[in-house]
Design a protein around this ligand. Sequence first.
Ligand code: PLP
Length: 442
Amino acid sequence: MNSFKETEILPFSSGVSPDGVLQINGHSVDELIDKFGSPLYIYDEDTIRKMCVEFRENFCNHYENSHIEYSCKAFANPFVNKIIDEEGLFMDVVTGGELAVAINSNFPPNKLNFHGNNKGKDELTEALKYGVEYITIDSFAEINLLNSISEDLGKFQKVMLRLSPSIDPHTHLLTSTGILDSKFGFSIETGDAELAIKQTLDKSNLILDGVHFHLGSPIFELEPFSEAIEYVISFCSEMRDKYSFNLKRFSPGGGFAIGYKTEKKPPKISEYAKVISDSIKMSCDKYSLQYPELIVEPGRSIIGRSGVAIYTVGGIKKIKDVRTYVSVDGGMGDNIRPALYQSEYSVISAGKVNEERDNLVTIAGKFCESGDILAKDVYIPNPEVGDLIALPASGAYNLMMASNYNMQTKPAVVLIKSSSEPPYLISRRETYNDLLRLSIFE
Ligand SMILES: *Cc1c(COP(=O)(O)O)cnc(C)c1O
């Protein structure tokens, strides 16, 4: 395989054909575009499986009683759910819709956890009927609602509480979720967390097994995890002393970073695993708590690297001494992350991988917003109409946040299973009929 600088952020199986075309596990992206159209999202199964193994092994090595729970809001798809199940992972859902994907992929209910800060009565009822193992409660209203639904159905539901530890993970403000000023979680600082524990323990049909927090994403530092874990476990020891609360299950959430730009490397999974495991053990030892079962909830870091977005270049606008805009056939409709929180991407001219990158350009989307820019100030070889542009690390959140703004259809998604099997369409491109089917015309 030729080496080029994006090898660490592309799927593990990426390479370059002799004529300089990007390949995913031996499949040239130009041929994939010919077959499935543009823009196209390509997922690499090997990379998904490797990341599952990486998480499982690293966490088990450091903390025996641990389980990995894939947060499917990063990419909810039946084929991926099946891979996740086969790799022995649990899964998180955050809405009835994600639950529906899980149910329709036959994902085992006893490996599901239902998150979310405002689950509705219907969603909770469906979850209980399906037999979801855990529900992570995020509000006082939900404590009451879930208990009454459980009573009505004659069920005893295992629950966790989402706490807010007031820790800043130093990521974008819009993706920080464990700070005091957040809609998520019962704040320990304000006394809400204590009240929630007390109320939940008092409920007839809820079984409180543990606590959860999620700091935000992507988190490139390790200290926010150790700080938050020490704080939350010390709080749990207080709750044991006051209310005999038994911490059986503990989850420090997800939020592990991946490489988007080649210059900004994330910590290794082993480093996250070590700091999380060490902090739990140290804090539990300090307060004489038994080591709880550890649940880790990666979303982005399981699926992000496996996905590559491919676009085709249309208009090229050169503004002398200012900027060159290279417009592609997708943009904020399939990837709102740059517009929403200034996410940065590396860019590869997928048919010219071996050519010198001597043109400074800005990759613009096709949507009617000036903010629809996929990547600002990146170097690529001389851009021409029809070139293919690849954005690595596009597997997480892009398509889940996709919209039909401008009545644009959403791209197709293919899964590369292996080098010898044909590429597999796992989500077809939307058609105008898909867009029209909800409208009532008379
Ligand atoms: C989104 C989310 C995750 C996963 O976050 P990533 O950044 O994708 O790892 C985990 N837990 C909860 C509760 C979440 O909301």
